[in-house]
Design a protein around this ligand. Structure first.
Ligand code: HEM
Ligand code: HEM
Length: 214
């Protein structure tokens, strides 16, 4: 792990910062502003998907600090990090600390499930119409199409409906899990900031504060 004893000079590169705050904006928009399943919701969702894809690609080819190799997922290192915290030892990490790394991979996995289920739920032409969840203008043709394609079981529910219900449930569960992860993430950021200083947040700000000259 990129742990060293040099002073913390963490400064996330612009792509990491743009991807982070873009993700935050998209999550807030889809959680609080857009109508669930509306065209706006899906547009914001594709924006979120693009940011996630870009950041994951950056994990292979990006700046040293942003690469996955700088913060491998390692439960044993995370445990060692917890022991360090308990013992009051402070090791400096050039990238995410081992505990933070586990959280980051978990958040990305959760976002990937949200994106995958969200895209699967979006009709192919869903970006130009009104609310999908309203099931009016946009959803109608799709449902008519699927009604001709799917077999209807004895309980009267099409297999397509079952599949859509499962996807919607998976989307909702992943969204709720994301809220829990965000709360833990914020608690972690506050904890680390109290332990290591405000540069933890400063390094992720859209415009990081200038470093003071020694
Ligand atoms: C973190 C970001 C997101 C949040 C907070 C979010 C939230 C939600 C919620 C709460 C619902 C209602 C689920 C239900 O009916 O029980 C929903 C539905 C939906 N979402 Fe998302 N969503 C997000 C990302 C996405 C993405 C990335 C896409 C696609 C690109 C997407 C597409 C949809 C669609 C199509 C529905 C309608 C499902 C249906 O009722 O059939 N969402 N979303
Ligand atoms: C929707 C809410 C949020 C989500 C989904 C989220 C997600 C993430 C993710 C995925 C990373 C890893 C960044 C990367 O390596 O590309 C990260 C890092 C970080 N986030 Fe957030 N974040 C959220 C809100 C916030 C807020 C409100 C703050 C500020 C108070 C914040 C501060 C940070 C910091 C300081 C880091 C870097 C941690 C470190 O130095 O290891 N995040 N966040």
């Amino acid at each position: 792990m990129n742990a060293n004893r040099a002073p913390l000079l963490r400064r996330w590169d612009p792509l990491v910062r743009i991807a982070h705050w873009g993700t935050v904006a998209a999550v807030i928009a889809n959680a609080l502003v857009t109508e669930e399943g509306s065209a706006a919701h899906v547009w914001v969702g594709f924006g979120l998907a693009s940011l996630l894809a870009l950041r994951l690609l950056w994990g292979f080819v990006g700046t040293p600090q942003a690469r996955f190799s700088a913060f491998p997922p390692s439960p044993s290192r995370a445990l060692a990090h917890i022991r360090d915290i308990a013992a009051g030892r402070h090791t400096i990490h050039a990238s995410h600390n081992p505990l933070g790394a586990l959280m980051v991979y978990t958040m990305w996995s959760c976002l990937a499930v949200i994106v995958a289920t969200g895209i699967a739920l979006s009709p192919p032409s869903g970006l130009s119409g009104n609310a999908i969840s309203g099931r009016e203008s946009q959803a109608e043709p799709m449902e008519r199409l699927s009604a001709t394609k799917v077999s209807t079981r004895h309980d009267g529910r099409g297999e397509h409906e079952d599949e859509e219900g499962t996807l919607t449930e998976a989307h909702e569960i992943a969204v709720n899990l994301l809220y829990v992860l965000i709360a833990l993430h914020l608690a972690g950021v506050i904890f680390e900031t109290r332990r290591a200083g405000p540069q933890i947040i400063g390094a992720m700000l859209p415009w990081p504060p200038r470093r003071r000259r020694e």
